[in-house]
Design a protein around this ligand. Structure first.
Ligand code: G3H
Ligand code: 13P
Ligand code: NA
Ligand code: ZN
Length: 328
């Protein structure tokens, strides 16, 4: 059944668990997520980015998610729009039937330029007014994702701010967060704590100075009733990097957000954990390996089925680690 993000995250807060929000672009990802949720009895958040809408087309994406709900009627599914860059884009998703939208006013309509606080409050508040009138939840974002190691926003992947950021922009301020939630009435707040989108988050396994879990604790202490969202939360599994590189790939040394650090965040108000890259890496590794080992194979269903298995196992591991399992 389709549910709003607010309903799901309220339940998660009450029971002290977190929910992975997986990005979806195609049938194989959707199937992997649902099979994992079915196996672990977990509620689901699937999210569509602007890139996903461009790749699959909004109607295909919409029906992909609706098909999942039809096939797995016993699983609650939140259909979320990831990183909306204007109230108008969020409105379009609401019309399409999304039960939740992200208005990311931390960046301008180009999705690249950091904005000022007043702009962010204005676009987010307007989106909340419109969405709540339709029973749809809203996620806002305060602070810009970026690497505390390099000061770079991670524009390499084309997702997020462009260029160099200062430290203050890359760590959400607890006082400002309290004011933002009060003024906008968002249902969930994405915070910046040193993570960035894509595979290249950290050049070494992250320590507290570059992955600011303490900042989550400070924000949660100030706004204990607000559901917090972690973006850029892929763990970048080293075993999948090794498989990709063993079978012809070329991914440089890189590290993600350790699952145990996310679990620590979940103890302090993190309820939604955004994951895209981990499923991309598992999918690419599984496909490269299968093609290398079966060079005469030409039925794409054979290697796509391998990607579903690989992604499903990542989803199962996250549902179990975040405590989502058993709460469908
Ligand atoms: O927001 C970041 C997600 O990983 C979506 O990426 O825009 O390439 O679909 P995308
Ligand atoms: P990753 O690139 O770490 O998977 O983050 C995805 C994300 O935050 C989508 O909004
Ligand atoms: Na989002
Ligand atoms: Zn994100």
């Amino acid at each position: 059944a389709l549910i709003s993000m607010r309903q799901l995250l309220d339940h998660a807060a009450e029971h002290g668990y977190g929910v992975p929000a997986f990005n979806v672009n195609n049938l194989e990802q959707m199937r992997a997520i649902m099979e994992a949720a079915d196996k672990t009895d977990s509620p689901v958040i699937v999210q569509a980015s602007a890139g996903a809408r461009k790749y699959a087309g909004a109607p295909f994406l919409r029906h992909l998610i609706l098909a999942a709900i039809e096939e797995f009627p016993h699983i609650p599914v939140c259909m979320h729009q990831d990183h909306g860059t204007s109230p108008a884009i969020c409105q379009r998703s609401i019309q399409l039937g999304f039960s939740s939208v992200m208005m990311d006013g931390s960046l301008g309509e180009d999705g690249k330029t950091p904005t000022d606080y007043a702009y962010n409050v204005d676009v987010t508040r307007r989106t909340v007014e419109m969405a709540h009138a339709c029973g749809v939840s809203v996620e806002g974002e305060l602070g810009c994702l970026g690497s505390l190691e390099t000061g770079q926003a991670g524009e390499e992947d084309g997702v997020g701010a462009e260029g160099t950021l200062d430290l203050e922009q890359m760590l959400t301020d607890p006082e400002e967060a309290a004011d933002f939630v009060k003024q906008t009435k968002v249902d969930a707040l994405a915070i910046a704590i040193g993570t960035s989108h894509g595979a290249y988050k950290f050049t070494k396994p992250p320590t507290g100075d570059i992955l600011a879990i303490d900042r989550i604790k400070a924000i949660h202490a100030r706004i204990p009733n607000t559901h917090l969202v972690m973006h850029g939360s892929s763990s970048v599994p080293q075993e999948w990097l090794a498989i990709i590189n063993e079978y012809g790939g070329d991914i440089k040394e890189t590290y993600g957000v350790p699952v145990e650090e996310i679990v620590e965040g979940i103890k302090y108000g993190v309820r939604k954990v955004n994951i895209d890259t981990d499923l991309r890496l598992a999918s690419t590794g599984a496909m490269r390996r299968h093609m290398a080992l079966h060079p005469s194979e030409f039925d794409p269903r054979k290697f796509f089925a391998e990607t579903v298995k690989a992604m499903r196992d990542v989803c199962i591991a996250r549902y179990e680690a975040f405590g989502t399992a058993g709460h469908a």
